[in-house]
Design a protein around this ligand. Sequence first.
Ligand SMILES: NC(=O)c1ccc[n+]([C@@H]2O[C@H](COP(=O)([O-])OP(=O)(O)OC[C@H]3O[C@@H](n4cnc5c(N)ncnc54)[C@H](O)[C@@H]3O)[C@@H](O)[C@H]2O)c1
Length: 354
Amino acid sequence: MEHLDFNLAGKTSRVVFTDIAGCLEVPEDLPLVVTDQNVYDVLSSSFDQAYRGLVVNRGAYLYRVASGEKAKEWQSIAGVLQRGFDIGLGRDALFIGLGGGVVTDLTAFAASVYMRGCRVILVPTTLLAMVDAAFGGKTGMNFGGYKNMVGTFYPAEEVRIAPEFLRTLPESEYRSGLAEVIKSALLDDPQLLEILEDRHDQVMARNPGVLDELVRRSIAVKGRIVEADLTETGIRAYLNLGHTFGHALEAVTGFGTWTHGEAVAWGIQRAMRLGILLGVTDEQYARRVEDVLNRYGYRLAARGVDPAALFEAMKQDKKKQSGTVRFVLQRRLAKTMVQPVPDPVVMQCLREGC
Ligand SMILES: NC(=O)c1ccc[n+]([C@@H]2O[C@H](COP(=O)([O-])OP(=O)(O)OC[C@H]3O[C@@H](n4cnc5c(N)ncnc54)[C@H](O)[C@@H]3O)[C@@H](O)[C@H]2O)c1
């Protein structure tokens, strides 16, 4: 089994590249496995043997939540904690989160508060969770109608990656994760961008070798950033490229109308345009980014969406950042910056994107 170790604020977070059986191998001290109903159903039928070994034969230690964002609320978190108490897990308990970003966020958050912090291993099963949610130490739950309003920094001791999980992932979820891969390439990996440009058909066919490369490279980019800044006091904000716009679009259109990744792809394109309006982004680079986003079929115009409503949603999001909306912009590949932007320029950019 190959692995990469990252030092996240003094704590080692190991990313293990393995197969499904390796992901589902559990230590002697049986863990509490948290998963969602959909993952449970899909994996039980598709990867029968290994999955049965872990969750069916050890059903007493399984906690299932309903699939979807609503699992990131108090009720599910309390459910995980209660299950831990019911089966008598102590401070040395191990929680395993098996699923997409919802499950990995929920499990890591619950682990971070269970008896003031217990062990946690994450096994992401969506592309988005592999390249983003499961690794990097942020946990989150939704509160008061806002996404990720409550959370902790609590890196998993291990993140186990098996791209073969992605075989059963619906196309829309796969493309959602791909937007984060594109973002990683733009932030710090020219070769990853070339793979996305030159091997589009293999990427879309989920060629195992190409998938492996996409996931490893994206994790390496995120690893370099979060090792330098786990708690987002500086360059971790770069990971939000496209997200200020994307979150506003998700909020205005209703979560689920655009997948997170589709909204981020639209947001990346808006960030390029904003950079051009401000005279900071190289126009040839922005065209290259637009070509990649087009090639992967992302919608780059949010037709029918009200720019003023998007602007309002950004202001709401502002509350989370103590009053200022700061935009992640790029001069060119791997040249990223964060800066406030005057409202009229933001409005112009939003109008052009609708
Ligand atoms: N902590 C972080 O740093 C971070 C970063 C990015 C995103 N997130 C969070 O991640 C969440 C989104 O994650 P997501 O996109 O993985 O969504 P998700 O967890 O809801 O998964 C998407 C859907 O795919 C299903 N699924 C999962 N694995 C599957 C598989 N192998 N085959 C078939 N179906 C499968 C799930 O049941 C679900 O229905 C959001 O809540 C977001 O806030 C967190």
